[in-house]
Structure formats: C-alpha cells, structure tokens
Design a protein. Structure first.
Lengths: 190, 190, 190, 190
C-alpha cells in the first residue's frame, strides 16, 4: 500500500500538504496512480543516453561479444518489446529493413552481427561517451508520453552527431518506463 | 502554449527545477499533459460539497425556483452529462428510478419538481451548510480518477448525514473536471 | 470485421481484416492495443458472478476451509489488490470497517473467519447459485471501464437479493481484467 | 456484432447487440467510450493524405492564395494545435526551424509565404495527386494511437516520394481525431 504522500514523493519529489486542503484526504490515503510523470519521462530519456554509452564502453573495453551482451540487457530494460511490437525507426537503417518492430531487429541495429540484417554494423559501437537531449515539446497522456527534439551524441574524439528524435514512452504496472515508439533521423540538408 | 513549469504549477503548485536534471528540457519546453492530478480530484470533491451548499442556500434564501435554477447550473458544472451518460446512483432514489443516467433525472433528484420523478423531493433543499469528504482510497488513470470514502453532510441544526460514496472524475480537454460516476449509499446497519 | 474486433481484444500480432479500407495497413500489421473493450468488461462481470457461485459451491460441498481457499483464489483473479489499493465498499460491511482497501479485508468479507473483522460472517457462503447483472450505463476510458446497475443474487431456495452496484475494471498488461472499484449497496427503501 | 463495433466508435447512446452475451446488458445500455479505435486511426491517416491532395489541387486550380486558405482549413481539422503544442518534425525543414510546435510553423511548412520561415516553399504545393500509407506497426492507448511506416506521395508526373513517418493521433471529446505527433524523414541512404 502506498500512501498518497509517498507516491507523490516518488513521482514528483515533493510531499503534498494535502491536509491543508482541508477536505479530509489525509496524508495516508492509499493511492494508486497509473499515470506517467514528466520526471519519469526525463529520467527515461537520460537512461537511454546512459545505456548507449554503457554499450559503447562495454564494446571498447570488452570487445564485440561483451558489447553485444550489454546491448541486449540495455534493450530489454529500455524498450517495450516484451509487451508487444515497438515502433522503432533507427537513424541509419536501410530499406527494406527500415523499421525494427521486433527485438531481434533492434539488437541487430545497436550491436550488429546478425546475418539477417547484413547492413547493420552496430550503431552503439561508435565510441559514444555522452548524450544530450533537447526537447522541443512533450505530450503526456495516461501511461504514455511523447517527446520530440534533438539528441546529440558525442564520441571520444569530440565529434558530435545530431539527430531529430521522437520518442513514445509507456509506464507499465510495475512503474517501469519503456520506449514504445522511437523515430530518429538525420537532419535534412539541401 | 503552456510551458512545462507553468503547467506543473497549475497541477501541483510547484515549479519543477527541470534544468537541474541536466538533460536539456528547459523550463520553457512546451508541454501538453492530459492527465488528471490528485489536486484536481480533491478540488473537484470540494467543489461538489460547495455546490450542494450553494443550492441549499439559494433555496433557503430565494425559494424553490431559485434553488432549482442554481441546481441546474451546479449540475452542468460538476457532472459530465453534456459528454454522455453519467453513472449516477444517488443516496435516496427508489427503484425503478434508482439510476440517474440523464441530466433530467439528476436535476429531479437534487431539486425535485419533476412529475416524471414523483418520489423526488429535492435532496439539495435540506438546509445543507457544510460538507466533509474523507477518502478511503483513490485510483488515478489517465484523465480519470476514482475515489471512495465517507461524505458527511451537515445542516443548520447540527444534524449530520453520513454516506458511503464512490466518485469517478474525468478531466476534459479544457481542463475541467466532471463527475462521470457517482454511487452514494446510506451505511448498512443491522 | 467481427474477427478484427475479436482479435483486437486479444492484443497484437494479429491479422486485421482491414484490407478493404484500402490504405495499406496490411493483414499482418503488428498491433498493440492496451484498451479495454466492452466485451472484456461484460466477461469480467460474468466472471465475478461465476466466481461467487464457485465459492458458495466449494463451501457447501467442501466446508469452510475449502470455501475460504477458493475465495482467496477467486479474489486474486478478480480484484487488483496485487497492483495497489482497491476501492471496495461491500454490501453488508459495518462502520468503521466499511471499506475494504486491502486483500485481507476483502477476503474477510467474502469468507469470514478473521478475528480482525469480527462482524464478517462470509458473504460468499450464502448458497448462491446464480448471478444476474443488469447494467444501467457503462463508461470506458483507456484500460479502465466503469459500470453501474443492478446485480441479482439467487440462492438455492429461490430467494433473490438485489443490490445497486458500481464497478471499476482495469485491464493489465497481460490482458487480465481486474476490479479496481466496487461499490455495492442495498436498495434504499422508505 | 459489426454494428455494435461501428457504433462504439461513434460514442454512446447506442444500441449494443450484446444480448447474446446473456448477462443483462440490454440492447439499450447507454455507453460512453472515450477510446480511439483502429478504424478511426486508419481513417485519420487517409484523411491526412486526402487533405494534402486537396491543398495541392486548390493551389493548382486557384493559385497560392487559395492553396494557402485550404491549407489552413486542412491543418485545423487534422492537427491538434488548438488544444496545445503539436510534436511536428516535417520532412524537409532546416535547423534551427526543424520542429513546428505551433500552428504558424506548420502552416508555413505546408503553404510557404511566411517571412519568419524563409526556407519554406510550401510543401503541399508540389502537385500531389495521391497518397499511400503502409503501416509497419500500430500502438493504441486510451484516446491516443501511434503509427509508424512508409508514406508514398505521388505527383501528377508519376513521380513518387517515399518518407518514413510516425504519427500520434488523439481522439477528442467530440470524437474528432487529430494529430499530436508527426515525425517525417527521407529514407537514409549511403
């Protein structure tokens, strides 16, 4: 049982002084709140970036096998493939394998080495050291949230790759937020 | 356009220091958040109680006609009949008119005077002066929230009526919270 | 169209009969649909009635111990206590134990035998043989649905108990529908 | 069952053909169903394509002024700018005006002629005659739905432009489905 105050504390980092509202919802009213919060969305974005760096680091320090193993773990934590198809359009996929609706296709994109996806070299194995997210706008609806903006990926040589990115996040029953939509593209240039 | 900070300020009375999260969602990121908040739920409960007292006061001071007019206004603000059926089981209705799915049935219950609902005397016309809500538990899901607990209605003579009450609230696109379910019953006694 | 609808209720990975819409959603478009359907709501109501009869039958044929064991199983399948508080106001509870927000309180109500709930005799042990649900109105929102109406409980002697009942149902990630709100009351009579 | 499904999409106050379920939800049970349906999603995609062709046709037959007027109408019908920011990354926008969170930016993209968006030539004025949508996957949650896949735009000369596209749709209280997220990008090529 989660009290109102504790649940809010988890969601927003604050203790709502409900008693001051004077209508009898005490600080201990049991509360179940399914909705995703803005903080959870921002934390999930940050976790995505940290995950990418973790894969790159594992690859650099432990080789391809190790990188691939970590990529699988990160993928299972960050994406909702266990619950259904994920709408995933990675930055660099080639038609007709543009969309990676299944876990297998996503893992091939991040970590390569899958003959069924021969064009995939392993996007996460590019020496990434840091990720920045700049949101242009956010939309929250129930357990889901949509974000759109720029993501900048830095490697160890100081090079930066900027992509346009839309994410859809979903908060499951256990409170875990996972990606259900991911559309990434290089900026259009003339 | 509502900035993240302003929207959160409306919903929770606080300014999230998003910039401290360090991931580039500035304090001005445009945000659309459809979800109902705990504060909105508690405010809607309080508004229901204040509305009942307003009807009773209008009736006492202005007579039946005035009471009925105010009841209609309160009803339109507090209940979601304009958007569809409302699941409303008032405390004192008699079968076969137990459920008041339409606005007409709800108005008859609160303000009487409708020959089609001959047993309705006008529940709101009982001299109510104060309402207290004590929530037993709350469930929040998307735009909707469910509450259950006791509501105590006080009249001018110091008498109190306690009812068991469940409410379902729905936050519409304009941010207005309306009742979509209301089940009220006298306590069971042996 | 029937099969499309049926399969939508099941979740994703299905074959949609939407080729007639002519816009390129092929018969194999992977779909994840979180929403609860009307059919699922009606099935959950039916399951509640069948569960009550199963408990009564187990009690009659196997005694109190057996009845209590079955009640626990039915409860875990039908109610959402594993995911948080449930807003449960049973028909016959006495203040100050009116609301049964925890599993323990719900089990005591259905199967008695808990000294902490001394007034509970075991509501499910009343020889129920059949349950009828008559909905007055239904509200569906995301994974949740609200229903309100009459429920009639029949025992083996041909006696019928009619209650006014509101239910809130929630469909979880695995597609299982569980009760998150339940308000039951005897009809008001003068 | 077909008619039940169809009518559910419309909202409430309908006749449900569920008497065969045998649990007392009569053929006239009032229903309010907020959720978006797969059919509504596919219809909204089709409407987007038809809208683009309508703008192109108005431009070709009536000139820039007429094209711009029609673009404004189509935009207001198809996108959710009236309710808040829209997460819109058009195919051909240039940084730093990549994202078109406001109606003004979206109109500039489709119909040009806004000095504040000097790079916009009017995407809709390219003689489009037909649009095809091929969904890779769909995700439905409450009032919202996400789609991802290819969209092919045909002009009068038989040329086709293929884009990778993600859409987020939202069904409002009146049952109107509007775009709340739109990410379009040219296919990645080496």
């Amino acid at each position: 049982m989660i009290s109102a105050t504790r649940r809010l504390a988890l969601g927003f980092g604050l203790a709502l002084g409900i008693s001051t509202l004077g209508i009898g919802a005490s600080a201990q009213t049991p509360l179940r709140n399914d909705n995703i919060t803005l903080e959870e969305v921002l934390a999930a974005q940050r976790a995505w970036g940290e995950g990418l760096v973790r894969i790159a680091t594992a690859h650099r320090e432990g080789g391809v096998e190790r990188g691939r193993a970590v990529a699988g773990e990160i993928l299972d934590g960050a994406y909702g493939y266990a619950a259904g198809p994920v709408l995933f359009k990675p930055t660099l996929t080639l038609a007709p394998q543009t969309f990676r609706i299944t876990r297998e296709g996503a893992l091939a994109y991040f970590a390569g080495g899958n003959p069924a996806f021969a064009n995939d070299g392993g996007f996460a194995f590019n020496g990434w050291t840091r990720v920045e997210v700049e949101n242009a706008a956010i939309f929250i609806h129930g357990r889901t949230a949509l974000t759109q903006g720029n993501v900048r990926l830095f490697d160890g040589q100081g090079r930066v790759t900027t992509v346009d990115k839309s994410w859809g996040f979903h908060r499951d029953e256990a409170g875990v937020v996972r990606i259900v939509l991911h559309h990434s593209s290089l900026s259009f240039t003339r």
